[in-house]
Design a protein around this ligand. Structure first.
Ligand code: PMT
Length: 398
């Protein structure tokens, strides 16, 4: 099976003579089994007609950011979420600068900002423009942010100059894109992921919970899907949308999460516990709203089951990854949890900071297993999730 089979790709076309080659890119991507939607900047329309791209892709071409009809269909945020890959080919010097500055002045640049997908660009510009320190600095910045740069080729250019700057040939672009998906790495595997908080009811209107948003667990689910796994996501109450191609089970309490996890983990290959499970629940859930009782009140709590430890004990062949959310002595506590809960690996997460951990869009963690450890510096949770999945698969030969 091709690594692009069933992948959803937004092909962003920006203004440049190489735009005519993007029609061929659409064809080649489709030949590999990808579903392609085309987004064109206004300048791209000067070089190739949207109708051509529409006929080739079999889907409407998206051009306008502020188009109420388009937004009522598949709006820019929906498109951004839909994609597994945003491929910008050709990427003009201007558009790359636009990406560096995080502008959102066109539909394509807004999608670039909003998408959790892998981003790749195939630059196309005059050789002197490509060699300019500003273009080189922009390219380096994009690379540092995890954007994949495909090409450019060197040779005779449309303007008659000779040198690097030509967009790579469609076949080479599609080959490079195929390599971006560490696809097949988890093909045929089932991955179960817990995410979000649990809520432990005190009475019909109150509960104990925490600040988990589900972003880390949901990003892991998306990354495992991208790696070809069948994903079961068991989620506490959160406000974010689940990846489309996973089997979602919504739960509320730790006990619900335990039953769903045990059911899903039987026969699975990997279990990742990113959920922030409440360690305690009320000894009794009052059937009616608890009335005010003077200046102080005491709630009796009892211990919740440990989901990840129970799942690991019940499934000795399962590869089980826990998270350790700590505010101090992070590595020591994480190692203790790795051993005590009999996990295959643990991901140590500093939750004392507001820029990472709970509810943040970025995270910084350390992977720790019996033989090794690896620090993942601060990056988006989407990128971190891909890096964790990649590390898990390559390190442990899953
Ligand atoms: O959801 P986000 O806002 O994106 O935030 C992400 C996160 C900070 C919640 C996540 O990265 C994280 O660190 N999750 C683990 C939170 C946690 O409960 O850590 P812990 O150290 O208390 O628990 C250790 C491990 O045991 C965890 O894998 C946890 O899921 C599991 N556990 C804990 C208690 C319990 N009763 N059952 C469990 O399975």
């Amino acid at each position: 099976m091709s690594s692009l089979s069933n992948k959803r790709i937004i092909l962003g076309v920006t203004g440049g003579i190489a735009a005519y080659k993007s029609a061929e890119v659409v064809r080649r991507l489709q030949d590999q089994g990808a579903e392609v939607r085309v987004v064109m900047t206004p300048a791209a329309g000067e070089f190739i007609r949207p109708l051509t791209m529409q006929a080739l892709s079999g889907n409407p071409v998206h051009t306008e950011l502020l188009d109420s009809d388009a937004e009522a269909g598949m709006g820019h945020i929906e498109l951004a979420r839909w994609a597994d890959l945003l491929l910008i080919a050709p990427a003009s010097a201007d558009f790359m600068a636009n990406m560096v500055h995080g502008r959102a002045d066109s539909l394509l640049s807004a999608i670039h900002l909003a998408t959790p997908a892998i981003v790749a660009v195939a630059p196309a510009m005059n050789q002197a423009m490509w060699a300019h320190p500003a273009s080189l600095a922009n390219t380096a910045t994009l690379q540092e942010r995890g954007v994949h740069i495909i090409g450019p080729d060197a040779g005779i250019q449309a303007c008659g100059d000779v040198g690097p700057g030509r967009m790579q040939q469609p076949d080479s672009i599609v080959e490079a894109v195929g390599k971006l998906f560490k696809n097949g790495q988890l093909a045929g595997k089932t991955v179960v992921i817990t995410a979000g908080p649990t809520r432990e009811a005190l009475d019909p209107v109150r509960y104990i919970s925490n600040h988990s948003s589900g972003k880390m667990g949901y990003a892991l689910a998306q990354a495992a899907i991208e790696a070809g796994a069948k994903v079961r996501l068991i989620s506490g109450p959160v406000d974010i949308a689940a990846p489309e191609r996973c089997q979602l089970t919504r739960v509320v309490s730790a006990e619900d999460m335990l039953s769903a996890s045990l059911e899903a983990a039987a026969g699975a290959d990997v279990f990742i516990a990113a959920a922030a499970v409440a360690d305690y629940r009320a000894s009794t859930i009052e059937p009616q709203k608890i009335k005010k009782q003077g200046d102080q009140m005491t709630v009796s709590l009892e211990k919740n089951p440990d989901i990840v430890a129970t799942v690991a004990a019940a499934n000795p062949a399962l590869f089980v990854v826990g998270f350790a959310a700590e505010t101090q002595d992070i590595e020591t506590y994480a190692r203790d949890k790795l051993v005590r809960k009999k996990l295959s690996a643990i991901i140590a997460n500093d939750v004392s900071r507001s820029d990472v951990g709970f509810n943040a869009d970025e995270n910084e963690v350390s992977w720790i297993d019996a033989d090794s450890s690896k620090v993942f510096s601060k990056r988006s949770k989407a990128q971190l999730a891909r890096d964790i999945i990649e590390h898990m698969v390559s390190q442990h030969k899953l």
